[in-house]
Design a protein. Structure first.
Length: 218
């Protein structure tokens, strides 16, 4: 009788531990997904500029600044640097933080830079050529960010795509594929639904194929 009770008690403890682990992982994923919605940078350094990005299709900057400070890039936080330069119709913004820590599941450091020409993103690729207009990787396609600096700087942003991932995450649906999971668990969706795949399509109103600009082999 005692042995039977011991077996039941051990089984109950294992089930409780497993459930607590799964619940803790669920809460951690929701917190990390919520953090992914926001971008916040408080910086200082030389320069005077304003800059803005409206989705992955429009962006601009005016002035120049090279600053460093405290940054929150979604689930990543720590110290980083930001460089912005532009004359409205030609601009670039670069934000980096190689020493940032990660909240929740470890994810690849997202690229946070933009090169803009005539307000459209400019892409130069040896494989695809030169073109204006593209859609960044989902869920960053719809990001809206803006900032300004004058000795000290502030940059803020929100990601509607990550907000959708956060809301649907309560049903364990992982649109961004960034939740921490056990090895035996399968991703909620192996592929993005067709609607979101449309946001991944490249839009190239102006395109110079690589065959026209690369130098011929000697």
């Amino acid at each position: 009788m005692r042995r039977g009770r011991s077996v039941i008690a051990v089984a109950a403890l294992l089930l409780c531990a497993s459930g607590c682990s799964a619940f803790g992982r669920y809460v951690s994923n929701r917190v990390a997904d919520f953090a992914d919605v926001f971008v916040l940078e408080a910086t200082y350094g030389p320069g005077l500029d304003v800059h803005a990005q409206a989705t992955g299709y429009l962006g601009t900057a005016l002035g120049y600044s090279d600053q460093s400070g405290v940054m929150l890039h979604g689930r990543r936080y720590g110290l980083g640097e930001r460089v912005s330069a532009g004359l409205i119709l030609a601009a670039c913004t670069i934000s980096s933080g190689e020493e940032m820590k990660c909240l929740g599941a470890e994810t690849a450091m997202p690229d946070r830079f933009g090169f803009w020409a005539m307000l459209l993103p400019l892409v130069v690729s040896p494989a695809e050529g030169v073109y204006f207009g593209y859609a960044p990787t989902w869920p960053r396609s719809l990001d809206i960010e803006a900032g300004a600096s004058a000795g000290v700087g502030l940059h803020v942003g929100v990601s509607p795509g990550e907000l959708l991932d956060f809301v649907l995450g309560f049903t364990t649906l992982d649109l961004s594929h960034d939740d921490e999971q056990e090895e035996r668990e399968l991703e909620s969706w192996g592929m993005l639904p067709p609607l979101f795949n449309l946001l991944q399509q490249r839009w190239r109103p102006f395109w110079i194929p690589p065959t026209l600009w690369e130098r011929p082999a000697q």
